[in-house]
Design a protein. Sequence first.
Length: 335
Amino acid sequence: MKKYEIQQNRVVMVDVPVPEINEHQVLVKMHALALNHRDYLVVNGVTRWKLSEDGRVPVADGAGEVVKLGRSVTEFALGDKVSSLIVPNWQDGEMTPAKLQGSPGGPGADGLAAEYVVFEQSAIVKFPQYLSYQDAAALPCAGVTAWNAIVENSHLIPGDSVLIIGTGGVSLFAMQFALMMGCEVIVTSSSDEKLTQVRKLGAHHTINYKKHEDWVEQVMQITNQKGVAHIAEVVGGNHLNESLKCIRSGGTISQIGAIQGVVEGALDTAEIMYKAVNIKGVEVGSKAMHKRMLRAMQVQLMKPVIHQVFDFSELGEAIDYQGSGGQFGKIGISF
Ligand SMILES: NC(=O)c1ccc[n+]([C@@H]2O[C@H](COP(=O)([O-])OP(=O)(O)OC[C@H]3O[C@@H](n4cnc5c(N)ncnc54)[C@H](OP(=O)(O)O)[C@@H]3O)[C@@H](O)[C@H]2O)c1
């Protein structure tokens, strides 16, 4: 079978035998992968995503079909359609550093860029029939993170305003979940074309942050100078100060991202204090959150926004494209 390895900050396709399973494991024939910003950071060795040696299999998220079962596997049958989990050790309950270990496609474990992948039965979930393999592959990292931020760790009520920064994978899921909760949604983007698309998806207000340096003032105007109730902060670094200007008193900023690996910034601590802002770090989400997200999505028949699907043979190109930020939503890979 074909699989990819990261060698010298490039993805290289290699030929290897189909892996064996033990009695507790499941063999999955992969049908789709989806990329995240972190896959770009891992391949390029940026900050905490730097690998200690070559040979790691890239890509965190994927979906496929169960083709072989260990004798002790009880939760799955041959032919089941399953997707991966972003942090398989975090099954439920409070997050701990230990539960975050072993996330696929990062410094701690191999990823899914292979025609066949072995999973522990606890490391996959079935997904509803209305979703395609490509849809299901889009969910583990970006979908669950956005669900965690907007639904599980917010105090939002219908009518509250939510600011979505950018139109990448996490941001569009966050927008869809905020709309699902009946919130008023403001989206910023560097592209008018992408803003036209988010309006079609239901966003109430849009601002081009590249064209309008005063985009923070525009957010304040839209909210009658109150500021928004919740922000999905995916950029990180000094950008958090811009979010602090847009948040209302007592509002919550979900600190999700570090675009291009920027992990540090100066902070206006007075603004945090005067506005009694809740800054809530968000680190992906558990298997239980993933299942609750699937249940909510199924009720609404919500589908992820997939910008473009590359062939498995074009993984390197797709990862470069992910880093360019040109996408609207998710980039998929088909087999
Ligand atoms: N904490 C977690 O658990 C977690 C999980 C998933 C992702 N993340 C992080 O969240 C971030 C987003 O990930 P992703 O996979 O959704 O990325 P992505 O699909 O590559 O999206 C990136 C988008 O961010 C927007 N952007 C970039 N620079 C910006 C700026 N200066 N101001 C405003 N918007 C800007 C752009 O939107 P426009 O093109 O519309 O301008 C760009 O398309 C990354 O930093 C990633 O590492 C964290």
